[in-house]
Design a protein around this ligand. Structure first.
Ligand code: HEM
Length: 267
């Protein structure tokens, strides 16, 4: 463990002057400050999530299964924090949101680079999203598209544990084998942590779309320009509302073969 410099105070250690100077509202609307803070907090949680998922991947590649499950457990708690953020947002009425919404247009969560990095890191890699960024951000996402995914690392774990993983059928068979064991060993626990993560993330997507319906109904999203860019890149979706686009994301999962294996579990 190396340190570069010791902290002199709470405020200096946490860089609070800089951090607390980043909440610039565009209007006088009362609810804009909470809107900014909820989104900034989410981006901080995404930052930590990327770090923990990278650590999970590394632990799996090193064969440290208990450690990988430990990191994933933290990731589950982060998703719960993200979902709790929607409760804060929902203390705002649609009328309150309307007071400042036009001013933040065309900004939208669909432009969250870190969110997309999480998806790419976990294996949900839709190259059409690259069209939303230029320069450094695009390079960062393109790099994510090249590196091993969390799922790749799990496949490596299966292989290291003597399973054949040459094709998807074999992978499903390996997962069924793990799920049908009497006792729950390290590998079984890890497989459960992975599906729990996927499940929690799906809950975030569903909770977000529910909250969006409550806030803006069938209005176009502020990111409609970005969604149109996606459409130009070949991402087709029906309808014109923000919710129409979001609904196309609801079936997205990171580890489809973990889900598929469930169907075949028997006593
Ligand atoms: C009043 C609150 C919110 C509304 C009305 C809203 C609305 C929307 C809409 C309509 C979209 C689709 C793209 C578009 O047309 O703009 C979207 C995407 C997204 N939003 Fe929100 N959102 C809100 C709060 C949040 C919060 C608090 C987060 C936290 C991170 C968030 C994260 C995202 C992400 C990551 C996407 C991209 C989803 C994907 O492409 O799979 N949103 N949002």
């Amino acid at each position: 463990m190396t340190t570069t410099k010791l902290a002199s105070s709470y405020g200096e250690y946490l860089k609070l002057p800089q951090l607390l100077d980043c909440q610039t509202t565009l209007t006088q609307a009362h609810d804009e400050l909470q809107f900014i803070i909820v989104h900034q907090t989410a981006e901080l949680w995404f930052k930590l999530m990327l770090f923990e998922l990278e650590s999970t991947r590394a632990a799996m590649l090193e064969g440290k299964l208990t450690q990988a499950s430990h990191y994933l457990r933290r990731v589950q708690t982060l998703i719960k924090q993200l979902i709790a953020g929607f409760e804060v947002i929902e203390t705002m009425r649609p009328y309150d949101f309307a007071q400042f919404r036009d001013f933040l247009n065309p900004a939208s969560g669909v432009q969250s680079l870190q969110y997309r990095e999480v998806e790419f890191l976990c294996g949900a890699r839709d190259a059409r999203y690259l069209s939303l960024w230029q320069g450094y951000a695009r390079e960062r996402l393109a790099k994510r598209a090249e590196e091993p995914t969390v799922w790749d690392a799990f496949i490596a774990v299966l292989r290291a544990n003597g399973h054949d993983v040459g094709d998807e059928k074999q992978v499903v068979a390996a997962v069924i084998d793990i799920l049908q064991r009497e006792g729950n060993d390290d590998l079984g626990i890890l497989a459960e942590q992975l599906i729990e993560f996927d499940e929690h993330f799906a809950l975030w997507r569903n909770r977000h779309v529910q909250m969006v319906m409550r806030m803006i109904g069938a209005k176009p999203g502020t990111g409609q320009v970005s969604v149109a860019q996606l459409a130009e890149a070949g991402y087709s979706h029906m309808g014109t509302s923000g919710v129409d686009y979001l609904r196309t994301t609801l079936n997205r999962v990171f580890f489809p073969l973990l889900w598929e294996a469930r169907t075949f579990v028997q006593r």
